[in-house]
Design a protein around this ligand. Sequence first.
Ligand SMILES: Cc1cc2nc3c(=O)[nH]c(=O)nc-3n(C[C@H](O)[C@H](O)[C@H](O)COP(=O)(O)OP(=O)(O)OC[C@H]3O[C@@H](n4cnc5c(N)ncnc54)[C@H](O)[C@@H]3O)c2cc1C
Length: 396
Amino acid sequence: MNDTSPIYDAIVIGGGPAGLTAAIALAETGAKTALLARRAPYADNRTTALLGASTDLLERLDVWRRCRDQAAALRTMRLVDDTGRLIRAPEVRFSSEEIGLDQFGYNIANRTLMEALEQRAAELSGLTRFDDEAVSIDPQDASVSIHTNAGGSLAARLVIGADGRESLSRDAAGIDVKRRDLHQSAVTFNITHSRPHKNISTEFHTPHGPCVFVPLPGNRCSVVWVSTPREAQRLMALSDDELSDAAEKQSHSIFGSVQVEPGRNLFPLAIEGPKQFASHRVALVGESAHVLPPIGAQGLNMGLRDAADIAEIAGQAISLGEDPGAPPVLARYQAARRPDVASRTFAIDLANRSLLSDFLAMQSLRAAGLHLIGAFGPLRRLAMREGLAPSWKRVG
Ligand SMILES: Cc1cc2nc3c(=O)[nH]c(=O)nc-3n(C[C@H](O)[C@H](O)[C@H](O)COP(=O)(O)OP(=O)(O)OC[C@H]3O[C@@H](n4cnc5c(N)ncnc54)[C@H](O)[C@@H]3O)c2cc1C
């Protein structure tokens, strides 16, 4: 950094969906914001089931209108016990109508969402983009210094660490992370099918994890197939025709004949959580702050709530003349995020464990729980509302 370099209010490190959203939201508050992120085509074929509060946020940030035509509405969520065990849970259907909504949210290809976010970020005059990456991050008393791969230097009062699982920002802030390998992997791919999905997302619960078919526009679905690492490797090695047959069989032919589209990806699954969400002028958002298995579509939805919260808290601090990287501001962010992330991590971990468990008692509990949810309207509606967003975050 030389004497004439500006000190930004906030620098976002990492340009995945969480980082781009945080950068746009911060710039929208009037904060002098920089985004340090490589401009690269999105590398995998994942899709995201964006729940209602996420699309509301993207609407507010003028992102959603750019991509909503390429998203499919999710109106019904269907859970099917496909474990073949003696004690099986009844099928449960959650319908958005039952809680007065037209849909729970929308499923969209991450690639499409990223294009819309990039487009919006490029329009904002208060957001400076550096097409580069951080190689060192050094928090000091009054600011954080960042050195980039291309030899540049930047400084900010607040750093938003949106740099994913192997977060350099998190290390720089001295934040430890707890990691648990789940010994499961997810294979993702998209399919075209002959029968309509009717905007129903169907989750088949197998003894090794869920296999989820999530609607895309037209007669298409994205598939997230969670299994053992060995089975996932086997699925990855199948030809397109063999994988089409396997997917049709796993879906019990509810979509008619199935044809997989080119391209598939493999994700080893883990649960990760940092000890703190912010420290030493660094606030974590997205997967640097939480990694969850893809159950209940929570990961990026939480990442977008991180982005919204840090923008609101830092933006408010700046408007009151406060230092956005000061400990009281970071403490407010920590207090806002911890209950949401901790409660969802717990619930998803429990759901995953109960599915994998070989213990009869656990299988009975799971079946009874799903039976109660399926049969008892108020409980089902509570589960739906809590699944969409934490109750303390909803207004009205
Ligand atoms: C199979 C699967 C299905 C999923 N489905 C859903 C779903 O339906 N709904 C949902 O809400 N969530 C879902 N998730 C979770 C969701 O995909 C993730 O939460 C989300 O993609 C994480 O985004 P991110 O921006 O935090 O991280 P990333 O996308 O990993 O972005 C991090 C970025 O930081 C960059 N970076 C790293 N280091 C540096 C550096 N030093 N300098 C500059 N840049 C750096 C990286 O290049 C990368 O671009 C799913 C996850 C999986 C595995």
